[in-house]
Write a protein of this length. Sequence first.
Length: 397
Amino acid sequence: MPEHHHRPPSALRLFLTNQSTGGLVLIGTAAVALLIANSALGPAYEALLSTYLGPMSVIHWINDGLMALFFLLVGLEIKREMVDGQLSTWSRRILPGVAALGGMAVPALLYLAFNSGPTARGWAIPAATDIAFALGVISLLGTRVPASLRVFLAALAIIDDLGAVIIIALFYTAKLSIIDLAGAAGVVALLFALNRRGVRRLAPYLLLGALLWLLVYRSGIHATLAGVLLALAIPMDGRPGQSDDESVSPLHRLEHALHIPVGFLIVPLFALANAGVPFLDLSLDALTAPVTLGVAAGLLLGKPLGVFGLSMLAVRLGLADAPAHASPWQMFGVALVCGIGFTMSLFIGLLAFPAAPILISEAKIGILAGSLLSGLLGYAVLRLAHSERMEQARQGA
C-alpha cells in the first residue's frame, strides 16, 4: 500500500478559522477596555499605558513595536495570496479588488463631506476593514454563509489591508531622516539578496528584520511598515502540503507560527490599549462632532455602498463572476460587515491626530459606533437572507 502523508490543513482554512476565533476574542477585549476606561480603574489604566519602559511608553511599545508583528503577518498573507492563493490570478483579483477599491474610496469621500481643514486629515480612518472582527461575525452564522463569501471577504480584506499600508506610507509619514532611510533600504536589499541566494533559515531574516524595524522607526516612516517590507523578502518556495518542516516554505512556517500570538495576544492587547474611551469625560458635542459623524458614516454607509455597489457593477458588466451560491442580499450583508473597521481604523486614527487627544477620542467613538452597527446589521441581513433562500428552496421543492 502506498504511504499516505498527513497533510496539514490548508493555509487559507487555518487563516479563516484563526481569524474568526480571534475576532470573537477581539470583541471581548474591546468591551473590557471600554469597561475599564469608564470605571474607577480608568486613571490607573491611563497611567500604566503612559509608563516608560526604556525609550518608549507601554502604549508605544504596543502600537509601534508589537504591531509590527501584526503588519508582518498581514504582509505574509498578502504575498501568499498574491503568489499562490485566492489572489494568484487576475480573474480572482478583479471582484475583491474592485470591492476593496470602492470600500476605501466611498468611506473616505463620506468622511470628507463632514470634515474640512485640520480634521480632514482623518479621511483614511473609515477606509479599512478589520478582517478578524469581520470574520468573527461571519463565523457566528456558521454554514448560513456560503464558503465562497468567506473567501471573498478574506481576499477583499487582504487587499484592503494592502491599501491601508500604502496609505500609511504615503500620507501619514512624519519628517524623514535620509540617513536612517538609506540604512533601511540597505537592509531591505540584504534581505532580498538572502532570498535570491536561496537562504531558507528564518533566523537571518528575523535578525535583519529587527534592525530594519529600528531604522524605519528612526527614519520617520511608521515603524510597523518594517513588518510588511520583511514579509515581502521571506521566501515562498517549497510545498506547503508536505508534513516535513524542512520542505515547507519559510513563509508558510513563519505565517503559521505568527497566527496564534498575533490573533490571540498582540491584536487583543492593541485593542485593550486603544479601545478604552472614557465616555463619562466627554461632552455631548463629541458624539455629534464632524470627526465622529464622518468616521461612523464612512463605516456604516460608505463601506456597504462602495463594496456592494462596485461589486454588483463589476458582475453586471461581465468583468467578474459573483461568488458561487451567494444571493445579492448575502453579498449586501457581507458588504455591511466590511464596515467593521476596528484595528486598522484605530491605528490610522492615532497617526492622523497624534497631537489632538480629543480628535482621537472622537475618532474612536465613530469607529466603535460605526463598527458595532455595521456588525449588527450585517449579521441580521445575512441571517434573514439565509432564511429567505431556505424558504425559496422549500417552495421550489
